[in-house]
Design a protein around this ligand. Structure first.
Ligand SMILES: O=C(O)CCC(=O)C(=O)O
Ligand SMILES: [Mn+2]
Length: 206
């Protein structure tokens, strides 16, 4: 299998990670350290964390990361067979959203907030291709806290792109990226601290 390891130097130049079939643009250091520290602490303390069950191969499993769903209009969202309670946006989420909307040149009405407490938490191979996200969704993914590796794998060619998602980074996935690629955050035995990830989306049925 052909694996591309993307090495990133300290730079705020956006970088395209996908060679074809969609786009995933990484903005390193998109948010500065003071902002990310404050946002991380606020979200850690003030988010009504849930540990939902997902249905995989017909069986229910507790997800290894905690999460909550926040949306403008209070729509409930179903993913991986589980209906999520919609919590309101708060000030910090709205501020982060505003900055993502400018960079991504898109509107977002909801966000999935994930907490990976340590390396035993991950998210298996999937794509955000549910109908509710639309056919070619633009998704803005913000990382706060510990660095974790993010992998993308092409559904047909199996080509893999691996990249570290660092504190303060923004990854904008768009076009065919959800149709043609799957992505994951692999669990790791390495000692890693907590990480919060925010994926802003424009849910269609609001
Ligand atoms: O934590 C991440 O970077 C990815 C999260 C993700 O893929 C999702 O919430 O759908
Ligand atoms: Mn995803």
């Amino acid at each position: 299998m052909f694996v591309v390891m993307v090495t990133l130097y300290l730079s705020s130049e956006p970088q395209e990670l996908l060679p074809f079939d969609g786009s995933a643009v990484l903005y390193n250091l998109f948010f500065n350290e003071d902002f990310t520290r404050e946002a991380f602490e606020f979200l850690l303390q003030n988010t009504p964390w849930e540990q939902p069950e997902i249905v995989m191969f017909g069986k229910k499993h507790k997800q290894s990361c905690l999460s909550t769903w926040h949306s403008d209009a209070g729509v409930n969202y179903v993913y991986s067979g589980v209906e999520r309670v919609a919590h309101p946006m708060n000030k910090i989420l709205s501020e982060i959203r505003r900055r993502c909307e400018v960079a991504a040149n898109s509107k977002f009405n909801s966000v999935l907030v994930n907490l990976y407490r340590d390396g035993s938490a991950g998210m298996g191979w999937h794509s955000d291709n549910e109908a509710i996200n639309g056919r070619e969704p633009t998704i803005a993914s913000v990382s706060l806290g510990a660095t974790r590796r993010f992998d993308l794998r092409h559904r047909e060619t199996k080509q893999t792109v691996k990249v570290d998602l660092e504190d303060g980074s923004l990854l904008v996935m768009s076009g065919l990226s959800q149709q043609c690629w799957v992505h994951q955050i692999a669990k790791t035995a390495k000692p890693v601290g907590p990480r919060i990830n925010l994926t802003f989306r424009l849910v269609q049925s609001v």
